[in-house]
Design a protein around this ligand. Structure first.
Ligand code: MN
Length: 283
């Protein structure tokens, strides 16, 4: 009876997410509830997560939660590359602003960086119904409007076991944003939210985004200074990095960014064909 078609409510949303975590120990959001978001554009976020194995968590908002996949190698702009994406439990929308360190020994212990964020939509229109349908069928074609990730992508489900632990593939579509030479994971190594490196995030263990959870249960050792989800500061000067090594790294990153900027309009994003179909072919 438990058919897939009608199973979106078969368990409480986020039950598995909450079961896995001790919110008196981790600063990750509890997820106060699921929010419906009928009018606004749907959000996506990619978090770089240095857990026992480094991976990128790819999350798409759908029906009040963030559908989530762990992508060990991260996304690739090369349409010829298929990246394994292991589905994990739905995460709360609040997770979209989480950047910080999950204590060692806790579930997913390690540093989390907000690597990209933005909105997304079905590639061929059809609104949220098309997304639900694609998700259920295991063929989810989407357009990403992020800072680092843009254009058409597809998530294709390979197989699924009883616990919903499906293996999918994340593949870039052949469109004007595709670029086999663009190593986005290798070249973009800073937070889209704070500009910090993984090392800088890890070094400030206490500076975690607390979302809207209550103060209760927070470790007294952990100073709760929040990191602005959308910092107004400039990207480069944003992080108060004091270590010389980190400074040099930032300089190198800035240099690379400047080089890229010569070719690309935004940080890490590939050159985007304008809607006016201007002359990309000319160069
Ligand atoms: Mn993760």
């Amino acid at each position: 009876m438990a058919t897939r078609k009608s199973t979106s409510k078969r368990t409480a949303p986020l039950a598995e997410y909450r079961r896995k975590r001790d919110f008196s120990r981790t600063a990750e959001p509890e997820g106060a509830g699921t929010g419906t978001n009928a009018r606004k554009a749907l959000r996506f976020v990619v978090q770089k997560h240095a857990a026992s194995h480094l991976h990128f968590d790819f999350r798409l908002e759908l029906d009040g939660v963030m559908k989530s996949w762990a992508v060990p190698k991260g996304p690739s702009y090369d349409p010829g590359v298929r990246r394994l994406a292991m589905q994990v439990e739905d995460h709360p929308i609040d997770y979209n602003t989480f950047e910080g360190t999950i204590p060692q020994g806790e579930y997913g212990g390690g540093t989390v960086m907000l690597w990209d964020r933005g909105t997304y939509e079905p590639e061929n229109g059809g609104g949220v119904d098309a997304l639900r349908d694609g998700y259920e069928r295991g063929d989810l074609k989407i357009l990403l409007h992020g800072k680092r990730l843009q254009g058409g992508w597809v998530l294709v489900r390979m197989r699924r076991d009883d616990s919903d632990r499906a293996q999918w593939l994340l593949i870039k579509h052949r469109d004007e944003t595709a670029d086999p030479d663009h190593d986005v994971v290798g070249s973009v190594t800073t937070s889209v939210a704070s500009g910090r490196s993984m090392e800088a995030i890890a070094a400030r263990q206490g500076r975690v985004w607390k979302s809207n959870r209550s103060e209760a249960g927070a470790s007294p050792a952990r100073k709760k200074r929040t990191v602005a989800a959308k910092p107004r500061r400039t990207k480069k000067g944003g992080a108060k990095v004091t270590k010389a090594g980190a400074k040099r790294a930032a300089k190198r990153a800035a240099k690379r960014a400047a080089k890229r900027a010569a070719k690309r309009p935004t940080d890490g994003a590939p050159k985007r064909a304008t809607k006016r179909a201007t002359a990309r072919s000319r160069s």
